[in-house]
Design a protein around this ligand. Structure first.
Ligand code: DLL
Length: 436
């Protein structure tokens, strides 16, 4: 198998040199962090008053963790380490409380981010002649634009298709002879299920690869997409807080995802004791970003469960790999790639006076896509015989929810007392999706 590198020197760097580079960049990160309102108070409490207080990589363990809630509380600029005029890019994702979390990049940060995303796509064998149809959503979400930059940097022809509009997606695939797609795994399955409806014959297409990520999926789903489409499918993991896709990507061997360790320090911790775990053991992934002056993040708790794969990959890259994500430690749902916290839904419906006290969130598979159903009881007074009133109420709930969580749920109205009441801790979420 031919192995291609974007930057062979850094991708095959010795562990000693890599760790020396990590320490140097960690110091820079800490000195940037000390300039922020958030870390400016926290780090000195731990005895870190300047970057020189860090003597080795082991000292990372003395630094505090950072959580999504910290980001939310620092909104909008509490974690900014540079003058606002130096920021060239921001991204945001919605949060449990409706307060978004934002990240910021300087021009240098963006260049570093683009460089590693280019490395990621090259690791899959992509080259400048490829036609890259990017079906991840463009906008505040990192999924679309971040990989766009990496693909463009390599010299691929990028089609900034964004998500949705299946008919147009097929048409572009056919007309432009797309060779690589970037999409959620569920959308890849959905697209395939609609092929015949749009009269698409696979022989008209030139598809070779797909990069799938942004939501959990099993090895079986990967194989299914590969089989249905007759292509190679690569798992890609990332999160907005860490610049999105590109952070962990499979290479041509498709044997777990390389994390670019000159740009991120990864740790696996026991989520209960917060103690670091050795390579090979499963726990929560914690990341420190090493190449972001505008908004350093130290020991960020991703809530994702995985393990570091011991040993080196056959591709020759020395950067260690992460296993496919096992799940999350919190209750965040990922519905068609969109992150949704049950509390966001609760907040919206409970604000409406017609809504009663009990509700249930059900997530199901609808073909290859996910379907969100919000079942809610309404008060006796609101349960009229006038179907038009009920219809209007339902529509209002749908619209309020869509405005908050960006996806359109199916809303069911129920009489008071109709939904199951659990003894003890209420079970508000029924995730009925299967693994594949
Ligand atoms: O989903 C970034 C991304 C875009 C990754 C495109 C890959 C491709 P967020 O919206 O912040 O960012 O969601 C991050 O999604 O903490 C995981 O729980 C989940 N996730 C992302 N990729 C994978 C994956 C983007 N390959 C959250 N497997 C993360 C499992 C994934 N879960």
């Amino acid at each position: 198998m031919e192995i291609k590198y974007w930057d062979q020197d850094i991708e095959t760097i010795s562990r000693d040199r890599l760790e020396a580079l990590q320490l140097e960049r960690l110091k820079k990160t800490v000195s940037q962090a000390l300039k922020t309102d958030f870390y400016g108070g926290k780090l000195p409490e731990r005895g870190i008053k300047s970057a020189d207080d860090l003597k080795s990589l082991d000292d990372l363990r003395n630094l505090p963790f950072t959580t999504k809630n910290d980001l939310r509380e620092s909104y909008p600029y509490g974690m900014l380490a540079v003058d606002r005029s130096e920021v060239v890019r921001m991204h945001a994702s919605s949060g449990t409380t409706g307060t978004p979390t934002t990240i910021y990049l300087t021009a240098d940060d963006l260049a570093a981010c683009t460089d590693i995303t280019t490395r990621s796509v090259v690791a899959t064998g992509a080259e400048s002649g490829d036609v890259f149809q990017n079906m991840m959503t463009y906008g505040l979400f990192t999924g679309g634009i971040v990989l766009h930059y990496g693909a463009e940097n390599l010299g691929m022809m990028v089609i900034p298709a964004s998500s949705g509009n299946t008919e147009r997606q097929f048409r572009m695939m056919k007309d432009f002879q797309t060779s690589i797609i970037h999409a959620t795994p569920s959308y890849m399955l959905y697209l395939h299920s609609r092929m015949a409806d749009f009269g698409i014959d696979p022989a008209q297409l030139n598809l070779k690869k797909a990069y799938v990520g942004a939501e959990p999926h099993s090895e079986d789903v990967r194989r299914k997409i590969e089989r249905l489409w007759g292509i190679d499918v690569y798992n890609s993991y990332g999160l907005s807080e860490m610049n999105g896709p590109g952070l962990a990507f499979e290479c041509v061997h498709k044997d777990a995802m390389h994390v670019w360790e000159d740009a991120y320090i990864m740790e696996i911790i026991n989520p209960d004791t917060l103690e670091p775990l050795p390579d090979g053991e499963e726990g929560e992934l914690v990341l420190t970003i090493l190449h972001r002056d505008a908004m350093p993040l130290i020991r960020y708790r991703t809530r994702d469960l995985t393990r570091i794969i011991p040993g080196q990959c056959a591709c020759g890259r020395t950067h260690r790999r992460l296993a496919r994500m096992k799940g999350r430690t919190d209750d965040m749902l990922i519905i068609n790639g969109v992150n949704v916290f049950p509390s966001q839904i609760e907040e919206v419906i409970m604000r409406m006076p017609e809504v009663g006290t009990n509700y249930l969130i059900v997530v199901q598979k609808a073909g290859p896509l996910d379907k969100l159903i919000v079942k809610t009881e309404i008060t006796r007074e609101s349960m009229t015989d006038d179907t038009r009133d009920l219809y209007n109420l339902k529509q209002r709930i749908v619209e309020h929810l869509r405005a908050s969580i960006t996806i359109k749920p199916v809303v069911e109205l129920h009489e008071q007392g109709a939904l199951p009441v659990s003894e003890g801790k209420a079970k508000r979420v029924l995730d009925e999706r299967e693994e594949n």
